[in-house]
Design a protein around this ligand. Structure first.
Ligand SMILES: NC(=O)c1ccc[n+]([C@@H]2O[C@H](COP(=O)([O-])OP(=O)(O)OC[C@H]3O[C@@H](n4cnc5c(N)ncnc54)[C@H](O)[C@@H]3O)[C@@H](O)[C@H]2O)c1
Length: 378
């Protein structure tokens, strides 16, 4: 019987959502937290009764009792911190994106290979209820042959931390594109990207990116299917969505236009043996997939009232990003315990992140079709 894992979660803004899930996971023993902001660190430690709290990741990396680290820090740190974690001999989970350049991605792949440890990119979009539902439909043959996939991440990031200001939209592609690439399960090989619109000068200066909105078409090896992806970050009046639409020969799935509506499945009527018009269109209450998780973390797929056992204070917890968080934690933990590749390993993460880097490159070069580099499993 393998020992339980000791895990540190780094970055206590979004990252704090994962702390109680690791604490409740049956294969996890000690959960530590790290944040360079003392106030945030202390507040989170008190909220979740965490005894091991550190101001620096280095302190965790030096401590051999930790098996794994989950990074939820700002985008510019992902690559250097992932490499440091792997080089210290610990397994690494990191939020999206994997890195900001092909050099960073390659260096993480090398560090994963040389350390023999697991790397997982914690992409929420492939563990939402909607994605798990569509994956089920596809695997049961109910979509038929996929003919086209379209996806988008619309989010105005004007008032987000400063490092986002002017960020190239498709350099942050994974929430949009991951469900389509995961479902089609083929290597992306070519990307045609375009930039659209214009934005304030001070936004352009930060990253040398002139575009508030980018779109791209992605082609795949051994497939006649094309994926269309859109992302905007600034100066576009549209509410938040991370959505995907899958068009199949038997049925199609479309994400809801407004977040609190329900998605739609369109089905051909074939009762008389002939293909008719798509006469059935049905709004779907997608099921919850908590039953796939160990009992103690099932509740985290939905919003619930978390009670601090020491202070009796209550907080709203769980349910974030389509119920995906406990699925991500479980997959990362089990990949370590079972000594297997995690579902979103370093190669998968490299492609999901890399298509966006290619798309922005293409957009900046007036729509030159860019070849996606090969990332090899070793
Ligand atoms: N759906 C998703 O997967 C999803 C959702 C939200 C955010 N994210 C990702 O999570 C990351 C964090 O997002 P956020 O909104 O919480 O960011 P944030 O900038 O609001 O918070 C980051 C936290 O990390 C701490 N921090 C910064 N540098 C650190 C360092 N070197 N060592 C230790 N702590 C450090 C900060 O003090 C802060 O508490 C981003 O990369 C973002 O892309 C992913």
């Amino acid at each position: 019987m393998k020992k339980k894992l000791n895990i540190a979660v780094v970055g206590m803004c979004f990252g704090s959502e994962f702390v109680p899930i690791y604490q409740a996971h049956p294969d996890v023993s000690n959960v530590a937290i790290v944040d360079c902001d003392k106030q945030i660190l202390d507040q989170t430690a008190s909220k979740f009764n965490v005894e091991s709290a550190y101001l620096s990741l280095d302190d965790v990396l030096k401590d051999p009792s930790f098996d794994a680290v989950h990074l939820v820090t700002p985008i510019g740190y992902h690559a250097s911190q992932s490499i440091a974690v792997l080089k210290s001999g610990k397994h690494c989970a990191c939020t999206i994106p994997m890195g900001l350049s092909f050099e960073e991605i390659e260096n993480i792949i090398i560090a994963t290979r040389e350390s023999g440890k697991k790397y997982m990119m914690m992409e929420t979009a492939v563990y939402t209820r909607e994605y798990l539902y569509v994956k089920d439909l596809y695997e049961k043959g109910e979509l038929g042959k996929i003919q086209y996939a379209r996806c988008a991440h619309y989010q105005d990031m004007e008032y987000w931390p400063k490092y986002w200001a002017g960020f190239p939209p498709l350099m942050h592609p994974t929430h949009a594109v991951a469900p389509c690439l995961a479902l089609l399960n083929k290597r992306p090989n070519k990307v045609f990207g375009v930039g659209s619109g214009s934005m304030r000068k001070e936004l352009v200066e930060n990253y040398g990116n002139p575009f508030p909105f980018e779109a791209a078409f992605i082609m795949l090896d051994d497939s006649d299917v094309c994926i269309e992806v859109e992302r905007f970050m600034f100066e576009v009046a549209r509410d938040y969505t991370e959505c995907f639409h899958i068009y199949g020969s038997k049925s199609s799935f479309e994400w809801q236009q407004i977040e609190d509506e329900l998605p739609v499945v369109y089905r051909f009527l074939e009762s008389d043996g002939r293909r008719g018009l798509p006469t059935i269109s049905e709004r779907i209450n997608v099921p919850d997939y908590a039953y796939r998780l160990p009992e103690p973390i099932q509740k985290f797929t939905q919003n619930f009232e978390y009670t601090n056992v020491r202070t009796s204070q209550t907080y709203l917890a769980g349910g974030g990003h389509g119920g995906s968080h406990p699925h991500l934690v479980h997959e990362f933990v089990r990949s370590i315990i079972e000594d297997r590749r995690p579902a979103v390993d370093e190669i998968t993460a490299a492609y999901w992140t890399g298509v966006g880097i290619c798309a922005h490159m293409s957009a900046m070069e007036g729509g030159r079709v860019v070849d996606v580099p090969y990332f090899e499993k070793m």
